[in-house]
Design a protein around this ligand. Sequence first.
Ligand code: F6P
Length: 555
Amino acid sequence: MANTNKEKPSLTTLPAYKKLQKHFAQVSQLHMRRLFSVDPQRVNKYSIEYNGLFLDYSKNRISHETIPLLCELAKEADLESWRERMFSGEKINNTEGRAVLHTALRNRTNTPIMVDGEDIMPMINSTIDKMDAFSEKVRKGSWKGYTGKKITNIVNVGIGGSDLGPKMVYEALTPYHHKRLSVNFISNVDGAHIDQSLEKLNPETTLFVISSKTFTTQETLTNAHVAREWFLQSAVDEAHISKHFVAVSTNREGVIKFGIDPENMFEFWDWVGGRYSLWSAIGLSVVLAVGMKKFKKMLSGAHSMDQHFREAPLEQNMPVILAMLGIWYNNFFEAESYGIFPYDHYLRSLTMYLEQADMESNGKSVDRDGRKVDYATGPIIWGMSGINGQHAFYQSIHQGTKMIPSDFIVSMLTHSTHQDQHNIMFANALAQTEALMRGRNFDETLADIKASDADLGDIEKRIHHMVFEGNHPTNTILIRKLTPRTLGMLLALYEHKIFVQGIVWNLNSFDQWGVELGKQLTKTILEDIDQPYEVRSHDGSTNTLINYYRDVIGV
Ligand code: F6P
């Protein structure tokens, strides 16, 4: 395997890390209320605006020394040189010997990018052209199904990065959808998912996009075969498949073996990681729904964030700041999780998408040199649409015992006609970050109770439950308006945040060996389910569960 890295000193031995430990001891007890009263304008220092995105990171537990020290740490971790290695196509995915070039997919300036001595831009552009031509035919209705009808429904069959990215973007770009076309996403191998989706569809007007980087993923291939059988029950003749099945993959042989005409295959390459693939042909379902023009705008938005990430000084660099603040809480405050709360209905699947992007990238305990790490790496990423979360789990963020740093992502201009509702949502988002920062101390709580109609006799019993300590860190990311362009920027922002953290933690953020063992054991257990004898080859728990299942299903 290519090893592009000389062994790095461990993170905890870096001089900046040691300085940060000392600094942490000095500032960890500071309350943000105090920081705001000392410097009411701290938002001017701790905010960055770039092309329609505004990051306010002033509600963090940082003093004037924190960001410079965190940036010093990023420098000592050699971030700037790793960043260039990624953009220029070096094989920084060292365990798989691959380049990491999702940024090339959105390289709208078209400057040559070399992999193994070959400029990859022409092949990227030719796939974009192929997607463009195909999607235009479907959108205009000149691509006809086997009975001559226009396509009305698209079904993306895929899982992980071949599902979460396109699904999230499809939802996010709802206002831009083609009126005739709607897209369903089938990922779960639970037959209920595909049954429920196909139930409503007409094979004559349905187009399946089988999306799988490897074209070996069990869940996807199983669902794709079910879809094929369902289609053939009506269409009968296999020759009709070419009008209703297309594939997106890096595996041409696998696609042919499945029975999809390679003419109907949209290619991408091994230097695109699964969870970074929505910019590639994996975005085909999105292109079908919103058109290539809009898709290119999303690519341009991401490209502009790439440029910002590549060029802005570390202290004014949005992804770097988000990443290093994450490290501040993860490695110094020992926060174990990180909340992402979009206040935009169209971004409701963003957190789920980022769970994969972040946790599959940085949920690792061995560094890129193969050494067990002695520091915390990727946090647990979680969340949901913020407004719904408020009525579900925010209690714990406000008054629980865990520190949960979080991002509040809020769109300012709404696509809806209900401006009043939008104001309510906006006010809610800001009310949360304000409350999380300030809290409400004993005296304020007492005053609030006195000012209300509450029965004062009960105060002593309740007041301690009503005090908010505050001092919970949040970032607020304001999006001027959720458009293809700002969406592209937002997604690239998080991708680069994850990259920066991976570099500081000295991880290879681009492999995912941790998903392999389960896949392997699934095969064995699947075979065991059908054995004619009692299963005894696993541990006691697993044997019992398999045998119990066999009894129930009557094997
Ligand atoms: O099992 C994890 C994973 O490999 C992800 O990294 C990937 O996004 C997903 O499976 C789907 O893989 P594929 O696109 O090859 O079907």
